[in-house]
Design a protein around this ligand. Structure first.
Ligand SMILES: Cc1cc2nc3c(=O)[nH]c(=O)nc-3n(C[C@H](O)[C@H](O)[C@H](O)COP(=O)(O)O)c2cc1C
Length: 338
């Protein structure tokens, strides 16, 4: 197989798709902090893309060139819409298409979509075939889990490997487990071994609980995966993909730099989304930047009261006014000038 995936140095890194998190704005922020090899969009409904409401859905697909290679993730249960959606995504210039067979959200799985497809391999295959046809040569991959209600790692992975796709991502938990138990990387190791027998050219990406690049590399050498996908790890460290920083870098980063990142993120959100996305969705990101320093929790609670960019800028300016002096004083106390 000759896809862009196959040209990446191993183990390559991927920012996990995260609904309401990994939009174009956050992807650009992460690209600036230290980019992963591959980005993926939030999951996007194939039915939505083929409906009258496609404009509202398509904001999930907004991107800029810095986010390449960029893979569009789709979900649904209708093969004909998969075909049409894949065609559209190809026209929109995405580098690949990923099919979500892992989301555990009840209102979605009750319609037989996402992780429910683990128990419906016939439909899963139809969807993959339809997407491949529509994608006209773009690589089509699947992101999934190791079972729906119970673990069926070998059975499900063997089935997917028989489809001879270029890439499969496994989040090492069942759908029922949500994210409540530790990810089982020994299950991923079993999949990598199966791959050797069934589809040697299929790349395997491991996902679940990676907390730093070092941790990812050690999971990769344990399991022999080709790629590492990191999701919630970026909430603790937006520099997690940066090969030149270690796991203490962000914790020790000067609060002023953390706050300048927060402002950059907020301003970009405002510029890109203006009235298209509510301002308040930004607040979930503030915990990333405003933590691990003295006074962080008070500042966070002040930021939670804000409703506009101007208010955020004002709160931060006030904090810097008061605290740049205090910070300096404390540094002087620790290391007085001679
Ligand atoms: C807020 C949030 C939203 C998510 N949205 C998606 C999604 O749109 N598509 C998807 O395949 N997985 C989604 N996931 C699952 C992640 O991609 C990933 O598989 C999971 O968080 C485990 O990886 P981690 O331990 O590195 O976070 C989401 C996870 C979170 C926390």
């Amino acid at each position: 197989m000759n896809t862009f995936w196959h040209n990446l140095e191993k183990p390559f890194t991927v920012l996990a798709p995260m609904e309401d998190v990994t939009d174009t704005v956050f992807r650009r922020i992460i690209a600036d902090c230290g980019r992963p090899d591959i980005f993926v969009t939030e999951f996007t409904s194939a039915d939505g893309l083929c409906s009258e409401g496609r404009l509202a859905v398509s904001k999930r697909l907004l991107y800029t060139e810095v986010e390449r290679p960029l893979v569009a993730q789709i979900w649904g249960n209708n093969p004909s819409n998969y075909y049409k959606a894949a065609k559209m995504l190809k026209e929109q210039g995405f580098n690949g298409i990923d099919i979500n067979m892992g989301c555990p959200v009840q209102k979605i799985v009750k319609n037989g979509c996402c992780s429910a497809l683990i128990d419906n391999p016939a439909l899963a295959k139809e969807l993959v075939v339809a997407a491949i046809e529509g994608a006209e040569g773009l690589p089509v991959s699947v992101k999934t889990r190791i079972g729906f209600k119970k673990k069926v790692t070998e059975k499900w992975a063997s089935f997917l490997l028989e489809l001879k796709l270029p890439v499969l991502t496994f989040h090492a938990r069942t759908s029922k487990q949500m994210s409540k138990v530790p990810a089982e990387w020994d299950e991923i190791k079993k999949i990598v071994n199966l791959r050797k027998e069934i589809s040697p050219e299929t790349l395997i990406i491991g996902n679940g609980d990676i907390i730093s690049l070092e941790d990812g590399y050690s999971k990769a050498s344990f399991s022999n995966v080709d790629g590492l996908m990191i999701g919630r790890g970026v909430f603790k460290d937006p520099f997690i993909f940066n090969k030149n920083t270690d796991e203490n870098f962000f914790v020790n980063l000067d609060p002023k730099i953390r706050l300048s990142l927060l402002l950059k993120h907020s301003r970009l959100h405002e510029k890109v989304w203006a009235n298209k996305k509510p301002f308040k969705i930004l607040k979930k990101f503030y915990k990333i930047y405003v933590s691990d320093f003295r006074g962080a929790s008070e500042l966070r609670s002040d930021l939670m009261q804000t409703n506009t960019l101007v208010e955020v800028e004002k709160v931060i300016a006030q904090w810097l006014d008061v605290n740049s002096h205090t910070e300096k004083k404390s540094i002087d106390q620790v290391a007085p000038a001679t």
